[in-house]
Design a protein. Structure first.
Length: 279
């Protein structure tokens, strides 16, 4: 009798654009793991009940994306140190008999993509992160550990940026502002951590943050250039990048947590770019 595959998936709203099933399918074939991975489009009001039902039915793990990362942290019975630090969760795993473990692999994925895959310098550089939601929470600690000269959180509402900065002030110098009070001068690295690209919009940030040497990185991604990437290029940045590498690297972290084996990311990223027609 054949053993049924273990159940995994990604839960978000919206989620139809996600390439996570493609990525985890490749990881599974590469490492000979018997599993299936599905998309779950779940609105916020149904998030908790959906996740609990998924695990009650024998599900083994879920990735969590916009807008559920903060809710996932509240739902988990236990948090890894990096998820506890972030206060946001992008990975849920069945832990023990009935416990749900929450982890956050976003920061590790972003740093691996920036520093290793793309050779982007962060140490002693001026860094701007746009947005103060769960995506930013997940990447702040790993970025601060790289030792930027300055890290600024810009958000539509100043109060939310201040609350976020306060939670990480012990790790390094953090400044915060709203979109109308950005520090003068171009930044070395500008990261869009908002979900604006999912709706084809650009955060209301002045183009003065971009100079000829600025690297712009959108944590979102799409088959075409995102609105943020187009805006960055139109305003003369050095390079504008989508979050494909972060997507694959954070997925590898999740896969290792779930299955106990680390997949190779380079061939998956190459195949993903070919599949999405962005090579």
């Amino acid at each position: 009798m054949n053993t049924p595959p273990d159940q995994y998936g990604v839960v978000g709203h919206p989620v139809a654009h996600s390439f996570s099933p493609f990525i985890h399918g490749m990881f599974a074939r590469q490492t000979n793991q018997h599993l299936v991975y599905r998309l779950y489009d779940v609105p916020p009001a149904q998030f908790r009940s959906h996740v609990l039902e998924f695990f009650a039915r024998g599900g083994r793990g879920l990735n969590v994306t916009v807008p559920h990362k903060l809710a996932a942290a509240e739902l988990a019975n236990e948090l890894t140190p990096r998820a506890e630090r972030a206060g946001a969760v992008n990975t849920l795993a069945l832990h023990g008999e009935n416990q749900i473990l929450g982890d956050n692999t976003d920061g590790a994925g972003l740093v691996q993509d920036l520093v290793v895959n793309l050779s982007v310098a962060v140490a002693k550089r001026r860094v701007l992160i746009i947005g103060a939601g769960g995506a930013t929470r997940g990447v702040l600690a790993p970025l601060l550990m790289l030792g930027p000269a300055e890290l600024v959180i810009a958000n539509r509402t100043l109060e939310r940026a201040r609350e976020l900065a306060q939670d990480f002030v012990d790790l390094g110098t953090l400044l915060c502002c709203d979109f109308n009070q950005l520090p003068e001068g171009a930044f070395d690295l500008v990261i869009n951590a908002t979900s604006a690209s999912l709706s084809g919009e650009v955060p209301a940030v002045s183009a003065a943050v971009i100079g000829a040497g600025t690297v712009c990185y959108d944590m979102a991604y799409g088959k075409e250039d995102t609105a943020f990437v187009r805006w960055a290029r139109e305003n003369g940045c050095s390079s504008a990048l989508q979050g494909w590498g972060m997507l694959v690297e954070q997925a590898a972290e999740s896969f290792e947590l779930w299955r106990g084996v680390r997949p190779e990311t380079a061939p998956v990223l190459t195949a993903l770019k070919r599949q999405s027609q962005i090579l």
